[in-house]
Design a protein around this ligand. Structure first.
Ligand code: CP
Length: 314
Protein backbone atom coordinates (compact mmCIF):
# COMPACT_ATOMS: atom_id res chain seq x y z
CA UNK A 1 0.00 0.00 0.00
CA UNK A 2 1.41 3.43 -0.91
CA UNK A 3 0.66 6.83 0.64
CA UNK A 4 -1.72 7.38 -2.29
CA UNK A 5 -3.92 4.38 -1.48
CA UNK A 6 -5.99 3.16 1.49
CA UNK A 7 -7.10 -0.42 2.22
CA UNK A 8 -9.90 0.83 4.51
CA UNK A 9 -10.61 4.09 6.34
CA UNK A 10 -11.87 3.06 9.76
CA UNK A 11 -10.46 5.81 11.98
CA UNK A 12 -7.82 8.51 12.28
CA UNK A 13 -5.70 6.88 15.01
CA UNK A 14 -3.34 5.21 12.53
CA UNK A 15 -3.38 7.93 9.90
CA UNK A 16 0.11 9.37 9.46
CA UNK A 17 0.75 13.01 8.61
CA UNK A 18 2.07 11.86 5.22
CA UNK A 19 -1.08 9.82 4.46
CA UNK A 20 -3.38 12.67 5.56
CA UNK A 21 -1.45 15.11 3.36
CA UNK A 22 -1.82 12.71 0.45
CA UNK A 23 -5.61 12.68 1.00
CA UNK A 24 -5.63 16.50 1.14
CA UNK A 25 -3.64 16.80 -2.10
CA UNK A 26 -6.03 14.41 -3.83
CA UNK A 27 -8.99 16.39 -2.41
CA UNK A 28 -7.47 19.64 -3.74
CA UNK A 29 -7.86 18.27 -7.27
CA UNK A 30 -11.40 17.02 -6.61
CA UNK A 31 -12.44 20.33 -5.01
CA UNK A 32 -11.62 21.92 -8.36
CA UNK A 33 -13.81 19.29 -10.09
CA UNK A 34 -16.76 20.01 -7.76
CA UNK A 35 -16.58 23.72 -8.72
CA UNK A 36 -16.75 23.07 -12.47
CA UNK A 37 -20.01 23.49 -14.40
CA UNK A 38 -19.77 19.79 -15.33
CA UNK A 39 -18.80 18.06 -12.07
CA UNK A 40 -18.03 14.58 -13.29
CA UNK A 41 -14.86 12.61 -14.10
CA UNK A 42 -14.65 8.94 -15.18
CA UNK A 43 -12.13 8.01 -12.47
CA UNK A 44 -14.19 5.23 -10.87
CA UNK A 45 -16.17 4.14 -13.94
CA UNK A 46 -17.11 0.47 -13.58
CA UNK A 47 -16.63 0.53 -9.78
CA UNK A 48 -19.45 -0.03 -7.28
CA UNK A 49 -19.91 1.91 -4.05
CA UNK A 50 -22.57 0.86 -1.51
CA UNK A 51 -23.62 3.50 1.02
CA UNK A 52 -25.03 1.65 4.03
CA UNK A 53 -26.58 4.22 6.34
CA UNK A 54 -28.20 2.72 9.44
CA UNK A 55 -28.37 6.12 11.21
CA UNK A 56 -29.81 9.45 10.08
CA UNK A 57 -27.54 11.73 8.06
CA UNK A 58 -27.82 14.76 5.79
CA UNK A 59 -24.24 15.84 5.11
CA UNK A 60 -22.31 12.57 5.16
CA UNK A 61 -24.78 10.52 3.19
CA UNK A 62 -25.43 13.14 0.52
CA UNK A 63 -21.76 13.95 0.09
CA UNK A 64 -20.72 10.28 -0.20
CA UNK A 65 -23.43 9.77 -2.81
CA UNK A 66 -22.35 12.87 -4.75
CA UNK A 67 -18.69 11.90 -4.37
CA UNK A 68 -19.26 8.45 -5.87
CA UNK A 69 -21.43 9.77 -8.69
CA UNK A 70 -19.04 12.60 -9.55
CA UNK A 71 -16.28 10.00 -9.88
CA UNK A 72 -18.42 7.97 -12.26
CA UNK A 73 -18.97 4.99 -9.91
CA UNK A 74 -22.22 3.04 -9.67
CA UNK A 75 -23.63 4.09 -6.30
CA UNK A 76 -26.23 2.14 -4.32
CA UNK A 77 -27.79 3.70 -1.22
CA UNK A 78 -29.28 1.62 1.57
CA UNK A 79 -30.93 2.82 4.77
CA UNK A 80 -32.12 0.94 7.83
CA UNK A 81 -35.77 1.23 6.82
CA UNK A 82 -35.16 0.13 3.22
CA UNK A 83 -32.94 -2.86 4.09
CA UNK A 84 -33.88 -6.32 5.35
CA UNK A 85 -32.34 -5.35 8.69
CA UNK A 86 -35.82 -4.00 9.41
CA UNK A 87 -37.05 -7.63 9.01
CA UNK A 88 -34.51 -8.92 11.53
CA UNK A 89 -31.50 -9.72 9.33
CA UNK A 90 -28.22 -9.48 11.24
CA UNK A 91 -25.31 -7.20 10.31
CA UNK A 92 -23.25 -10.35 9.69
CA UNK A 93 -25.73 -11.65 7.10
CA UNK A 94 -26.15 -8.18 5.62
CA UNK A 95 -22.43 -7.81 4.97
CA UNK A 96 -22.13 -11.37 3.60
CA UNK A 97 -25.01 -10.66 1.24
CA UNK A 98 -23.51 -7.40 0.01
CA UNK A 99 -20.04 -8.93 -0.32
CA UNK A 100 -21.46 -11.60 -2.65
CA UNK A 101 -22.39 -8.78 -5.06
CA UNK A 102 -18.71 -7.71 -5.36
CA UNK A 103 -18.85 -4.05 -4.36
CA UNK A 104 -15.53 -2.21 -4.43
CA UNK A 105 -16.24 0.09 -1.48
CA UNK A 106 -18.79 -0.11 1.34
CA UNK A 107 -19.41 3.14 3.22
CA UNK A 108 -21.09 2.44 6.56
CA UNK A 109 -22.78 4.50 9.24
CA UNK A 110 -24.06 2.56 12.22
CA UNK A 111 -25.04 3.27 15.82
CA UNK A 112 -22.73 0.55 17.16
CA UNK A 113 -19.14 1.55 17.95
CA UNK A 114 -16.92 -0.88 16.06
CA UNK A 115 -19.43 -1.63 13.28
CA UNK A 116 -17.04 -0.47 10.53
CA UNK A 117 -14.24 -2.72 11.86
CA UNK A 118 -16.74 -5.60 12.02
CA UNK A 119 -17.57 -5.12 8.34
CA UNK A 120 -13.93 -4.75 7.34
CA UNK A 121 -13.20 -8.20 8.77
CA UNK A 122 -16.02 -9.75 6.73
CA UNK A 123 -15.85 -8.26 3.24
CA UNK A 124 -13.38 -8.12 0.37
CA UNK A 125 -14.50 -4.55 -0.32
CA UNK A 126 -12.76 -1.52 1.11
CA UNK A 127 -14.73 -0.20 4.09
CA UNK A 128 -15.08 3.50 4.89
CA UNK A 129 -16.37 4.44 8.32
CA UNK A 130 -19.02 7.16 7.97
CA UNK A 131 -19.57 7.26 11.75
CA UNK A 132 -19.81 4.32 14.15
CA UNK A 133 -21.65 5.03 17.39
CA UNK A 134 -19.54 7.10 19.78
CA UNK A 135 -16.29 5.83 18.26
CA UNK A 136 -14.97 7.57 15.12
CA UNK A 137 -15.99 9.67 12.12
CA UNK A 138 -12.72 9.85 10.16
CA UNK A 139 -13.93 11.61 7.01
CA UNK A 140 -15.41 14.37 9.21
CA UNK A 141 -12.01 14.87 10.86
CA UNK A 142 -10.30 14.92 7.46
CA UNK A 143 -12.74 17.46 6.05
CA UNK A 144 -12.39 19.59 9.19
CA UNK A 145 -8.59 19.57 8.88
CA UNK A 146 -8.86 20.21 5.12
CA UNK A 147 -11.11 23.24 5.78
CA UNK A 148 -8.64 24.70 8.30
CA UNK A 149 -5.73 23.99 5.93
CA UNK A 150 -7.66 25.84 3.20
CA UNK A 151 -7.77 28.99 5.37
CA UNK A 152 -4.47 28.76 7.23
CA UNK A 153 -2.22 26.70 4.96
CA UNK A 154 -1.55 24.10 7.64
CA UNK A 155 -2.55 23.10 11.16
CA UNK A 156 0.99 23.40 12.53
CA UNK A 157 1.08 25.38 15.78
CA UNK A 158 -2.66 26.13 15.84
CA UNK A 159 -4.64 25.97 19.08
CA UNK A 160 -7.98 24.26 18.39
CA UNK A 161 -10.74 24.23 21.01
CA UNK A 162 -13.39 21.52 20.57
CA UNK A 163 -16.33 22.25 22.87
CA UNK A 164 -19.55 20.58 23.94
CA UNK A 165 -20.64 16.98 24.30
CA UNK A 166 -17.19 15.40 24.00
CA UNK A 167 -18.23 12.11 25.63
CA UNK A 168 -20.66 11.08 22.92
CA UNK A 169 -18.90 12.66 19.96
CA UNK A 170 -17.15 10.52 17.37
CA UNK A 171 -16.19 13.80 15.68
CA UNK A 172 -14.35 14.95 18.81
CA UNK A 173 -12.47 11.66 19.06
CA UNK A 174 -11.45 11.55 15.38
CA UNK A 175 -10.38 15.19 15.44
CA UNK A 176 -8.52 14.81 18.74
CA UNK A 177 -6.58 11.95 17.17
CA UNK A 178 -5.89 13.64 13.82
CA UNK A 179 -5.19 17.29 14.65
CA UNK A 180 -2.11 16.66 16.87
CA UNK A 181 -0.70 14.39 14.12
CA UNK A 182 -0.90 17.47 11.88
CA UNK A 183 0.85 19.65 14.46
CA UNK A 184 -2.07 21.33 16.26
CA UNK A 185 -2.74 21.61 20.00
CA UNK A 186 -6.23 20.34 20.90
CA UNK A 187 -8.23 21.61 23.88
CA UNK A 188 -11.41 19.74 24.79
CA UNK A 189 -14.09 21.56 26.80
CA UNK A 190 -17.46 20.55 28.19
CA UNK A 191 -19.37 19.84 31.40
CA UNK A 192 -17.46 17.35 33.57
CA UNK A 193 -20.24 14.81 32.94
CA UNK A 194 -19.57 15.07 29.19
CA UNK A 195 -15.77 14.80 29.38
CA UNK A 196 -14.88 11.13 29.03
CA UNK A 197 -11.84 9.26 30.27
CA UNK A 198 -10.40 9.06 26.76
CA UNK A 199 -9.50 12.77 27.04
CA UNK A 200 -6.49 11.86 29.23
CA UNK A 201 -5.51 8.96 26.99
CA UNK A 202 -5.45 11.30 23.99
CA UNK A 203 -3.08 13.66 25.75
CA UNK A 204 -5.32 16.67 25.06
CA UNK A 205 -5.86 19.50 27.53
CA UNK A 206 -9.34 19.37 29.03
CA UNK A 207 -11.48 22.10 30.56
CA UNK A 208 -14.81 22.03 32.40
CA UNK A 209 -15.46 25.66 31.45
CA UNK A 210 -15.63 27.18 28.00
CA UNK A 211 -13.75 30.43 28.58
CA UNK A 212 -10.24 29.11 29.36
CA UNK A 213 -10.46 26.66 26.46
CA UNK A 214 -11.41 29.39 23.98
CA UNK A 215 -8.89 31.98 25.24
CA UNK A 216 -6.36 32.63 22.46
CA UNK A 217 -7.66 29.73 20.33
CA UNK A 218 -7.14 29.88 16.57
CA UNK A 219 -10.14 27.65 15.89
CA UNK A 220 -13.28 27.11 17.98
CA UNK A 221 -15.31 24.04 17.05
CA UNK A 222 -18.69 23.55 18.69
CA UNK A 223 -20.49 20.20 19.01
CA UNK A 224 -24.15 19.50 19.51
CA UNK A 225 -25.54 17.62 22.49
CA UNK A 226 -26.11 14.07 21.23
CA UNK A 227 -29.56 13.63 22.77
CA UNK A 228 -29.89 10.23 21.06
CA UNK A 229 -26.85 8.88 22.96
CA UNK A 230 -27.36 10.47 26.40
CA UNK A 231 -27.88 7.69 28.95
CA UNK A 232 -28.97 9.83 31.89
CA UNK A 233 -28.94 13.41 33.15
CA UNK A 234 -25.60 14.98 32.17
CA UNK A 235 -26.68 18.59 32.80
CA UNK A 236 -29.74 20.28 34.32
CA UNK A 237 -31.56 21.83 31.33
CA UNK A 238 -30.71 22.80 27.75
CA UNK A 239 -31.26 26.43 28.73
CA UNK A 240 -28.71 26.13 31.55
CA UNK A 241 -26.29 24.23 29.26
CA UNK A 242 -26.58 26.98 26.68
CA UNK A 243 -26.00 29.71 29.27
CA UNK A 244 -22.74 28.11 30.42
CA UNK A 245 -21.46 26.34 27.29
CA UNK A 246 -23.05 28.15 24.34
CA UNK A 247 -20.72 30.04 21.97
CA UNK A 248 -21.76 33.69 21.90
CA UNK A 249 -20.03 36.67 20.28
CA UNK A 250 -18.72 37.72 23.73
CA UNK A 251 -17.14 34.33 24.29
CA UNK A 252 -15.74 34.19 20.76
CA UNK A 253 -14.01 37.52 21.51
CA UNK A 254 -11.77 35.62 23.96
CA UNK A 255 -10.27 33.68 21.06
CA UNK A 256 -7.59 34.95 18.66
CA UNK A 257 -8.87 38.00 16.72
CA UNK A 258 -9.13 36.04 13.47
CA UNK A 259 -10.26 32.76 15.04
CA UNK A 260 -12.23 30.42 12.81
CA UNK A 261 -15.60 29.03 13.94
CA UNK A 262 -16.51 25.46 13.03
CA UNK A 263 -19.36 23.02 13.60
CA UNK A 264 -19.69 19.56 12.00
CA UNK A 265 -23.48 19.92 11.90
CA UNK A 266 -26.27 19.42 12.47
CA UNK A 267 -26.31 22.61 14.57
CA UNK A 268 -28.72 23.26 17.39
CA UNK A 269 -28.88 27.02 17.01
CA UNK A 270 -29.44 28.82 20.29
CA UNK A 271 -28.12 25.85 22.27
CA UNK A 272 -24.38 25.28 21.61
CA UNK A 273 -24.00 28.16 19.14
CA UNK A 274 -25.72 31.53 18.76
CA UNK A 275 -27.16 32.47 15.37
CA UNK A 276 -24.85 35.45 14.91
CA UNK A 277 -21.78 33.26 15.54
CA UNK A 278 -22.98 30.42 13.29
CA UNK A 279 -23.52 32.91 10.45
CA UNK A 280 -20.55 35.24 11.00
CA UNK A 281 -17.93 35.72 8.30
CA UNK A 282 -15.41 33.62 10.24
CA UNK A 283 -17.76 30.65 10.30
CA UNK A 284 -16.53 27.70 8.19
CA UNK A 285 -19.74 25.69 8.53
CA UNK A 286 -20.56 25.70 4.82
CA UNK A 287 -16.88 25.45 3.82
CA UNK A 288 -16.86 22.22 5.83
CA UNK A 289 -19.80 20.92 3.82
CA UNK A 290 -18.10 21.77 0.51
CA UNK A 291 -14.86 20.18 1.72
CA UNK A 292 -16.84 17.06 2.64
CA UNK A 293 -17.57 16.24 -1.00
CA UNK A 294 -13.94 16.71 -2.08
CA UNK A 295 -12.53 14.71 0.85
CA UNK A 296 -15.01 11.88 0.25
CA UNK A 297 -14.13 11.83 -3.44
CA UNK A 298 -10.48 11.50 -2.42
CA UNK A 299 -11.21 8.72 0.07
CA UNK A 300 -13.34 6.76 -2.43
CA UNK A 301 -10.64 7.19 -5.06
CA UNK A 302 -7.87 6.00 -2.72
CA UNK A 303 -9.81 3.07 -1.27
CA UNK A 304 -11.08 1.90 -4.67
CA UNK A 305 -7.48 2.06 -5.92
CA UNK A 306 -6.34 -0.26 -3.12
CA UNK A 307 -9.31 -2.55 -3.85
CA UNK A 308 -7.47 -3.29 -7.13
CA UNK A 309 -9.12 -0.82 -9.44
CA UNK A 310 -7.71 -0.14 -12.87
CA UNK A 311 -8.32 3.54 -12.58
CA UNK A 312 -8.84 5.89 -15.47
CA UNK A 313 -6.98 9.17 -15.18
CA UNK A 314 -9.01 12.19 -14.17
N1 CP B 1 -21.50 15.96 10.41
C1 CP B 1 -22.31 14.92 10.11
O1 CP B 1 -21.92 13.74 10.25
O2 CP B 1 -23.55 15.29 9.70
P1 CP B 1 -24.70 14.27 9.25
O3 CP B 1 -25.12 13.50 10.46
O4 CP B 1 -25.80 15.13 8.69
O5 CP B 1 -24.12 13.35 8.22
Amino acid sequence: MTAATLRHLLGTRDLSCERAESIFETADAFLEVTRRPIKKVPTLRGKTVINLFFEASTRTRTSFELAGKRLGADVVNMSLSSSSTSKGETLRDTVATLDAMHPDVIVVRHNASGAAHYLAERTRAAVVNAGDGMHEHPTQALLDAFSIRGKRGSLKGLKIAICGDIAHSRVARSNALLFPTLGAEVRLAGPRTLLPRFVDALGCKSYDRLEPAIEGADVVMMLRIQQERLGGASFSTLREYSRVFGLTVDRLNLAAPDALVMHPGPMNRGVEIADDVADCDRSLVLDQVEAGVAIRMAVLYMTAAEAGADLHAT
